[in-house]
Design a binder for this molecule. Sequence first.
Ligand code: ADP
Ligand code: MG
Length: 234
Amino acid sequence: MEVVKTENVTRIYRVGDVETNALRGVNLSIQSGEFTALIGPSGSGKTTLLQLIGCLDMPTSGRVTVNGKDVTNLNRNQRADIRAESIGFVFQFFALIPTLTAYENIEMPLLLAGKSSSERAERVKQLLEWIDLPDRANYRPDQLSGGQQQRVAVARALAINPALILADEPTANLDTPNGRQVMDVMTRLNKETGVTFLFATHDPRVIQYARRVVTLQDGLIIKDELVEKSAVGA
Ligand SMILES: Nc1ncnc2c1ncn2[C@@H]1O[C@H](COP(=O)(O)OP(=O)(O)O)[C@@H](O)[C@H]1O
Ligand SMILES: [Mg+2]
C-alpha cells in the first residue's frame, strides 16, 4: 500500500517581494513499512516536504496523497483530522510538554482521540516498554536525557498507531550514544509494528540506518536509492 505520494509538488514561499522556490516539482512514492531517509544540504527543502506530507502546510501546485487520501486541498480542520488519525511527528527539539510526565506525554494523543482510560493505560505501558523506559514513566522531560526525551517523543508519535511517522532531524541535538538509542528504537518499532518512517537528516550516523535514501537538492529529488542492508546496528 502506498502511504505517501507527491506528484509534481511545488512550494513557493513569498516574503515581501522575495520568492523562494523551496520545492520545484517533487515526485515521491513511499510504500507501507518503509524506513526512508530524506537527505540534502540545508535549505534544500527537506522540512518543507515533510510539512506538506504531514498536512501542516499546502503545496503551491501539485498533489499530495497520504494513506490513499488526496490531502492537497483540504481545509485546516480536515488536515488536523488526517494528522490526528494517520500521522505521528518527531521534531528536532523534542517538543514534549514540560509539565507532564513521560507517561502523560505519551498518553496525550490517546486522550485527544477519546480512548478509554483502560485502553490508554495498556497502550502507554506497551509503548514505554518498546522504548525501554518503563522505569521512567513518572519522570518529567527535564529529568530525562535528550535521548530518553526523544524516545518518549517517538512513543508519543506512535501512540495512535499512525500509518506514517515523520521525523525532522530527530538526532540533531543528541550526542552519538543518545542518537544511536533513538535510531535503534525507531528501527525496532518499524520492524515490529510495520509503521512507515520518513526522516529528514544530514547526520551520516542516521543515514546508515535507512533502507532507502532520497536526496533533495534545490527543491528537487536528484537521487533515490535503496541501501544494501549489512552490519547496521551491529
Ligand atoms: N516559512 C518560510 N518562509 C519563507 N521561506 C522559507 C520558509 N521555510 C523555508 N523557507 C525557505 O525555503 C527553502 C527550503 O527550506 P527548508 O525546507 O527549511 O530546507 P531544509 O529543511 O532542507 O533545510 C530555504 O531557502 C528556506 O529559506
Ligand atoms: Mg529542515
